[in-house]
Design a binder for this molecule. Sequence first.
Ligand code: ADP
Ligand code: MG
Length: 318
Amino acid sequence: METNKKRIVIALGGNALQKKGEASAEAQQKIAGETARALAPLIKAGHQIVIVHGNGPQVGNIVIHEEAINTSEVPTLPLDSCVAMSQGSIGYWLQQALTDELKKDGLNNTVVTIITQMLVDENDDAFQNPTKPIGPYYETEKEAQNDAKARGFIVKEDSGRGWRRVVPSPKPLDIIEKDAVIKLVDSGFVVIAAGGGGVPVAMTNNEDLHGVEAVIDKDYSAAVLADLIEADSLIILTAVDSVAINYGTPQQKAIHNVTVAKMKEYIGQGHFPAGSMLPKVKSAVQFVNKPGRKAIIASLESASEAIDGAVGTTITLH
Ligand code: ADP
Ligand code: MG
């Protein structure tokens, strides 16, 4: 590739697909349109793009539908199948929105979603300690606890934003379809992969793959994917312009450029909450383990400026 044309993995946060719990297909497709407008300049610039999106609100809603009816004719499908459904619907919305947006500029790249299986360890500690919030917020803790008891699941407080159902979130290890991602991106396709963190699958004693009931964090999956496909950059797009230290205090200070060593120091000092910014900074640090690689955490709107380091937080090895 020309040196200014990069292979970039883009992780899309919740705000790229849904706002204020507006969960209709129409509302989500409208947001997908805005997301496509923010990402299109990167595709126009000739970069190879692989998109990883989250699915917390969407997969939670699919689970609610699945659990609402459970008969022999219409049985409730398990969580791994729900993650696959969310890959399909969100991938479809993004494919359509990006295709339309690129067409406006005379580009005809095909945008394609890969139903992606992500290998996890069935003995991951996460299965003993569910942490990943899915679905809508409850009005009150009491309502959350009552529902949890009645329906046999666990609820937790989500980063000061309210109570939600939580499910296990094991660490992603390997992508079963990684060869396909590389071939497609090399051929000029815009690829959507590992949506919702990927469908969690396990392999016991080298036997067949089987789905496990969990939702993987899309930030960690994006880092694994970026590493496997030897991306140049990992861009994590979210609702804030940059990562800050002393976030939410009068001493808050935005970080513009930072080394892996310094970011590890900030992680150790507890600047990043586990349910929101910590997975992003950890994923960034995990990916940037070679010179020449960089990770960027920035707002969705600033995607095309952030790639050149003009805005956002850029993490490099040295
Ligand atoms: P996403 O849906 O993109 O994964 P999250 O809500 O999980 O987004 O995490 C991003 C959010 O983390 C930001 O919008 C911000 O509110 C919050 N946040 C917490 N700590 C920090 C920090 N130190 N710097 C910047 N943002 C932070
Ligand atoms: Mg998040």
